[in-house]
Design a protein around this ligand. Sequence first.
Ligand SMILES: *[C@@H]1O[C@H](CO)[C@@H](O)[C@H](O)[C@H]1NC(C)=O
Ligand SMILES: *[C@@H]1O[C@H](CO)[C@@H](O)[C@H](O)[C@H]1NC(C)=O
Ligand SMILES: *[C@@H]1O[C@H](CO)[C@@H](O)[C@H](O)[C@H]1NC(C)=O
Ligand SMILES: *[C@@H]1O[C@H](CO)[C@@H](O)[C@H](O)[C@H]1NC(C)=O
Ligand SMILES: *[C@@H]1O[C@H](CO)[C@@H](O)[C@H](O)[C@H]1NC(C)=O
Length: 437
Amino acid sequence: MEKKTSLKWALCITIIFVFMTVVWMNHKQYFSSSPYVREEIIKDYHEIPKYSKQKSITPIKNSKHLMVSAFKDHRINGRTRIISILNRDQLQPLFCIFQCGKNNDVTPAEIDMHSDHFGFRYVTTDVLCKNVPNCNATHVTLSLKPDMLYNLTDFLPIQNQIQEEEAFPYEFTICISNLFGSYNNVLQFVQTMEVYKLLGIQRVVIYNTSCGPDLEKVLHYYSEEGILEIVEWPIDQFLIPSRGWNFKEHGGDMHYYGQLTTLNECIYRNMYRSKYVLLNDIDEIIMPYQHANLHLLLEDLQHKHPDVGIFIIENHIFPKTQFDNSGRFNRTEWKKVPGINILEHVYREPDRKNVFNPTKILANPRQVVQTSVHSVLKNYGQTFRVPPDVCRIVHVRVPLQGSLAKEQLFVDKKLWEFEKPLLPNVDNVLNKSGILN
Ligand SMILES: *[C@@H]1O[C@H](CO)[C@@H](O)[C@H](O)[C@H]1NC(C)=O
Ligand SMILES: *[C@@H]1O[C@H](CO)[C@@H](O)[C@H](O)[C@H]1NC(C)=O
Ligand SMILES: *[C@@H]1O[C@H](CO)[C@@H](O)[C@H](O)[C@H]1NC(C)=O
Ligand SMILES: *[C@@H]1O[C@H](CO)[C@@H](O)[C@H](O)[C@H]1NC(C)=O
Ligand SMILES: *[C@@H]1O[C@H](CO)[C@@H](O)[C@H](O)[C@H]1NC(C)=O
């Protein structure tokens, strides 16, 4: 009796063991700790789509034109604006194809080419679509004909669906257009980013075509940290981008790797995300000279000029060829870091007679319609040129007036005021991003 029971138990356990082994063999991947395998399981069994990055450049079918992004523009009755890059030699009527539920609806497109093409064949263009009545479209695409067939991948999502009036996630966002070549100016970039933070910048958007190996590390660090948004910008896969601003001089299909397109894209991308956007280059700092930070500066400026939405800031050159004599910031810690140490360059070029200082833009994006690099092309509200003693751009670079001796330049140690928090913050980033190791 006892023997029979234990035999039954043994049989039972054996059957369970065999069963478990079969399950294990067939579903080995369920028990694995590899994240790759786990993702596969989720994909197979729960049909959660794999994360896919939004494409930033989409060709318009059967044409030489390109689309970039689509935005609902609440200032023009919610019409859809598609930031595009059109070939001026092949202009032709375009149609907007909207996805309305399960149907596609077509409206004619209006083409509004930006005026600043500098002789290049390709030009930033707003394509404006009339809306389809009774359709809350989520996606749109452009077409040469009103009746073509499309794949889902040809459509752009329509962004800015909801108009936000006051509560923006960020107060200040910087748009840095077009990183290209093997730009590897790490020390200047990290110092500049850390000054931005101390000035109250919460977000930086960079359009990346390519960059150098050390800068790559730092970009990853900042995007992990959360302040930096990197938008992939593979313009060189579609056009021959120019490294210059003028077709006659520099050749190519398009001005500076499409800088004008990315600046405009950035305005619309941040329309309801940021109270203000700053359109400056990677080596420029829009610096308040009488206020402790940008918040206090803008509070003051808007109080005095309530109807202004576009603030124009003068650019001033600090030649990288002139060093501070004291050697105060000639630190051994930074010797091996590639790039310019901006704290060593405290000499500022004077204004030139009969030459306007170039400018950059600080704007309320909801008042911008089309922007260029140094001024806006179309806007609502008013524009104000900020006096340079209130705010100017600190721009450490090759001199514009290279013949001037030190004695002919102004001493400007504004950056030194940030020394205390700046040095440990920069060291920390260089350490954590793996530049110092
Ligand atoms: C479109 O969206 C608005 C607001 O969400 C809603 O009131 C309206 O009924 C929608 N219209 C259609 C046709 O779905
Ligand atoms: C959709 O995409 C597939 C695969 O890329 C392609 O073969 C097909 O021609 C496309 N259809 C249309 C209507 O463009
Ligand atoms: C920038 O773009 C290049 C070329 O596509 C790519 O190799 C690189 O990883 C990108 N860098 C970042 C930080 O996204
Ligand atoms: C910085 O210090 C090094 C010595 O550590 C010296 O060789 C170099 O000339 C200094 N640079 C400047 C600009 O003073
Ligand atoms: C950077 O790292 C090195 C070694 O890992 C360390 O000695 C140094 O104190 C660190 N510096 C900062 C500012 O964290």
